[in-house]
Write a protein that binds this ligand. Structure first.
Ligand SMILES: [Zn+2]
Length: 62
């Protein structure tokens, strides 16, 4: 993950939890505040969030 401020990181953590709870849509990008994040869960091992606006993406391994 690239350099990131703490506030945005905790916001991302909340978004990740929502995604894992079956709500992948409609999350605002905490970095640019403009894009709507695209969430993908890959084979139950990886979660990827990508902002189509600023091209930032985040990945978690489970
Ligand atoms: Zn963004």
């Amino acid at each position: 993950m690239a350099e990131f401020d703490i506030e945005a990181a905790s916001e991302l953590q909340d978004i990740l939890e929502e995604v894992l709870n079956g709500r992948p849509d409609g999350h605002r990008c905490p970095k640019c505040g403009k894009g709507t994040l695209i969430a993908k869960v890959e084979e139950d091992v990886k979660v990827r969030l990508e902002c189509p606006d600023c091209r930032t993406f985040f990945e978690w391994r489970m």
